[in-house]
Design a protein around this ligand. Structure first.
Ligand code: PMP
Length: 403
């Protein structure tokens, strides 16, 4: 009997997207996905910045198998010593062990709290900032996306997302990403500023060095924590392991997820011992999770981190991003902006963009748009993509634009 899988998808999977791609993928490897219909797709979005080391990287698979042979979940977070978790926390701290000209007043980040997702990292960081500063107000940016739960949604900078869910958390103010004049709104009442160095869902917004330095300075002056949301920009995506490395500053709290898991779900909020200790002295348990830092996800994450460093994926993505920029020159493309392999190609209009994305998929190249920017094409391939594969993808995009 023939069963229409597409119909089951629409009948029983809760739909929240107006245009679900509804591709059925049988297998994914490296930069390619293979449909159940046998069609091959070049992945230029990495599951939204997740598959940075490529799909099913052999070293990630080996680490997964090795961990599965030992144990899966044991007990709620932080009770047992789980060696992959400990090794991962050390490896993350090592990536953050450097001096900065514009440091955090609380010293280096060497303490990691693992979560299951980026959203949970945001939620944990908000609680941490409240507890540490004794303040309740937060600043975030217009058109920022930090997650869909109540706290993270409250930080969202898109009214369309928040409107139907009020009342949300009070005391949150949006400022314009990159606009130094708005830094005045960060005051001695601000618990924390939460910001993506390079705005992701706003359509890849790259600020100036001066703006980020001024932001760091302002936070230090008024005693607000600077929380960098590197959920999308971290793990090599923008040309350095963390995007903030390119801005000569050091955050007070750092958030990670997405690419961190090498394809498995994991996230983290990280800070110095001093800041993080407020959870311990709460006096009750300051924050709890059952699955955060799951040993299997931790194993995959450690392997992904090591592959990223060993293969110099961050540094190599700079030239790869430049290659995209040099190939995507067309009257219908206004600009290609971004750093490393976090790119946005701005088109004339939403109609041109939608048509281009649909036609590219029909020709076996997967691109996408952004939550809060509907005229730009998302280009965020696995960092392992080769020059040849970049040329292949851009050739298809250019062919489609010519039609
Ligand atoms: N922060 C940023 C910058 C993100 O891009 C996202 C996801 N798009 C999140 C937080 C939320 O992460 P998750 O979907 O893993 O909860």
């Amino acid at each position: 009997m023939h069963i229409s899988h597409r119909q089951h998808f629409f009948d029983h999977i809760a739909q929240t997207s107006d245009f679900p791609l509804a591709l059925e993928i049988e297998k994914a490897e490296g930069v390619y996905m293979y449909g159940t219909d046998g069609k091959r797709y070049l992945d230029l979005i990495s599951g939204i910045g997740v598959s940075n080391v490529g799909h099913r990287h052999p070293e990630v698979l080996a680490a997964l198998h090795q961990q599965l042979d030992k144990h899966m979940h044991l007990l709620v977070y932080g009770e047992f010593i789980q060696s992959t978790q400990v090794q991962l926390a050390k490896a993350l701290a090592d990536t953050l062990n450097f001096e900065s000209e514009n440091p955090s007043p609380f010293g280096k980040i060497d303490n990691v709290y693992f979560t299951n997702s980026g959203t949970e990292a945001v939620e944990g960081a908000m609680k941490l900032a409240k507890r540490f500063t004794g303040r309740t107000e937060f600043i975030s940016c217009y058109n920022a996306y930090h997650g869909s739960t109540q706290g993270a949604l409250s930080l969202s900078g898109a009214e369309s997302f928040k409107r139907n869910f009020r009342p949300l958390l009070p005391g949150i103010r949006n400022i314009e990403h990159g606009n130094s004049a708005d830094l005045q709104f960060i005051t001695s009442k601000t618990a924390a500023v939460i910001i993506e160095i390079i705005g992701g869902e706003s359509g890849v917004r790259v600020p100036t060095l001066d703006y980020i330095k001024a932001l760091r300075k302002r936070c230090t002056e008024v005693g607000a924590l600077l929380i960098l949301d590197e959920v999308q920009t971290g793990f090599g995506r923008t040309g350095s392991f963390w995007a903030f490395e390119q801005y000569d500053i050091y955050p007070d709290v750092l958030l990670s997820a997405k690419g961190m898991g090498g394809g498995m779900p994991i996230g983290a909020f990280m800070s110095s011992q001093e800041v993080m200790s407020v959870f311990k002295n709460n006096p009750v348990l300051g924050h709890i999770t059952t699955f955060g830092g799951h040993p299997v996800s931790s194993a995959a994450s450690l392997a992904a981190l090591q592959v990223t460093l060993k293969e110099n994926l961050a540094q190599k993505s700079v030239a790869k991003g430049d290659l995209f920029k040099s190939l995507l020159v067309h009257p219908k493309i206004k600009e290609v902006r971004g750093k490393g392999l976090m790119l946005a190609a701005e088109m004339d209009s939403f109609e041109v963009l939608k048509q281009t994305i649909d036609s590219c998929i029909a020709k076996g190249v997967i691109t996408d748009w952004f939550l809060f920017c509907d005229n730009s094409m998302r280009l965020a391939p696995p960092l392992i993509i080769t020059e040849e594969q970049i040329r292949e993808g851009c050739r298809v995009i250019m062919e489609v634009l010519e039609q």
